[in-house]
Design a protein around this ligand. Structure first.
Ligand SMILES: Cc1ncc(COP(=O)(O)O)c(C=O)c1O
Length: 449
């Protein structure tokens, strides 16, 4: 439906538009190339659309300003790291107060107790531990699962993402075997040694994977969010939980992105009972943090198998884990920013964004689909909702995505660089959403004309 040579022409125009309005970013990028590989602080940032990334001058609420003074409506929100909106007042106040009392001492503060109690109230798991990232929370959950079960393999969902966790960069090949994912850098061992991959929404596949008797844990998001959004079939998640119980496998749910459905994520929304729950990003209001919660049963088994004398060298840790600053940030973010009433507002905006995008797609008969996950919305390039990560990945269109992201960036909207996701914060305005809807419609019209 979209003429590819026209798409290339349109993209060239957007590249020119980008270069013409971002001279300060370009200048910084030229300097950056001399001191950072690819001119970016982290290699994947080369994926941002345009010949170089924007350099940020400031960000507040749902808006971001680059070093050239261009203002953007931020629908990326640090890929959920700033789902609270940039500089949420309560979090900033708590951080500012904590800065006068010390940042990290490798000892607990009273905030650790308050945050654990609040996490327990929200997610239903009684006991909590802290890390500096969601990646670390997942890594630690996997290690503890191996300790508890004495088994080695981890089951993950095809096309999942849980941070830079070695065991998760596996996929299914055409014959259904577990193989290394394309682009996996420096894997320590072949992935079929550590991992078994199953498709999302495939209960029979899950049972086959568990039947081998060598699985320590299932690590999964309750809805996939990193290959576009893939929603669970009715009853799928509870059935996975039952299978985990039947086969004596630890069920780990990663709510890092799916917290977009409400204060307790999909776990609370759907009444799920994981053994371990991991989360990071948004709950620190922008300050690095991660955490994992567990049942009393898990904690008691871990405790029986851990030795105090060597507990600091057991593969679980992080010098800055549980630091005073991130706990102060989490306490304020959880109790005053990511509240029930703010979620109501964010979810209403998420639906408004999805309605707007859906209306343009329908009007222009584009074979695209919009999926909703509370405050998060996403479109993908096939007409029906995907049921598996594999299906969603096959609907990917890198060339088209790069164009859309650059075009919308030039129009003043920041989307995640990875797929077509938009996220709402408590500081996002209805007019931000409506402005995106208008720009999106015009862009689609030009694409098909
Ligand atoms: C579901 C999920 N879990 C974990 C992570 C890792 O988060 P971080 O990079 O903050 O460690 C991500 C990052 O995108 C994620 O999407």
């Amino acid at each position: 439906m979209i003429d590819r040579s026209r798409l290339k022409q349109l993209h060239t125009l957007e590249e020119e538009r980008f270069v013409a309005r971002t001279s300060q970013s370009r200048e910084l990028f030229e300097k950056a190339k001399g001191v950072m590989p690819g001119g970016v602080p982290m290699s994947w940032m080369t994926k941002w659309p345009g010949k170089y990334p924007l350099f940020v001058a400031s960000a507040q609420g749902s808006h971001l300003v680059d070093v050239d003074g261009n203002e953007y409506i931020d629908l990326c929100l640090g890929d959920t790291g700033s789902m609270t909106g940039h500089l949420p007042e309560a979090t900033v106040a708590a951080i500012s107060a904590q800065l006068k009392r010390g940042m990290t001492a490798m000892l607990p503060t009273d905030d650790a107790v308050a945050v654990s109690a609040e996490l327990a109230r929200r997610f239903g798991l009684p006991l909590w531990q802290f890390t500096v990232s969601a990646t670390d929370a997942n890594r630690h959950a996997i290690r503890f699962s191996r300790l508890i079960t004495g088994k080695s393999k981890i089951v993950v969902i095809d096309r999942c993402y849980h941070g830079s966790v070695d065991e998760t960069f596996a996929t299914l090949d055409a014959s259904g075997a577990t193989v290394m994912r394309e682009g996996n850098i420096g894997a320590p061992v072949p992935l079929d040694v550590t991992t078994r991959v199953v498709e999302f929404n495939d209960l029979a596949g899950m049972e086959t994977a568990l039947k081998h008797g060598d699985v320590a844990a299932i690590l999964m998001e309750p809805a996939m969010t990193n290959v576009g959004i893939v929603l669970p079939d009715n009853g799928y998640l509870k059935a996975v939980g039952e299978l985990a119980k039947t086969y004596g496998v630890v069920w780990i749910i990663d709510e890092t992105h799916t917290i977009s459905v409400g204060p307790g994520g999909m776990t609370t929304e759907l009444g799920l009972t994981p053994d371990i729950l991991t989360i990071g990003k948004a709950i620190g209001g922008g300050i690095p943090t991660g955490t994992f919660g567990m049942t009393h049963e898990m904690a008691s088994q871990i405790s029986k198998k851990s030795e105090r004398e060597v507990i600091d060298t057991g593969g679980i840790g992080g010098t800055l884990a549980g630091n005073a600053l991130s706990l102060a940030a989490m306490r304020a973010t959880l109790t005053e920013v990511l509240t029930e009433s703010n979620f109501k507002k964010m979810i209403a905006l998420g639906n408004r964004w999805c309605d707007g995008v859906e209306a343009a797609i329908t009007e222009l008969s584009l074979p695209w689909h919009v999926n909703r996950l509370g405050a998060r919305g996403e479109y993908l390039f096939q007409s029906d909702a995907p049921r598996t990560g594999g299906e969603a990945a096959r609907a990917g269109d890198f060339e088209l995505e790069q164009y859309i992201h650059l075009r919308l960036l030039n129009d003043g909207f920041l989307l995640t660089p990875f797929h077509n996701m938009a996220l709402m914060s408590p500081y996002t305005f209805q007019r931000d959403v409506d402005a995106h809807t208008s720009a999106f419609r015009v862009m689609c019209q030009e694409l098909v004309s």
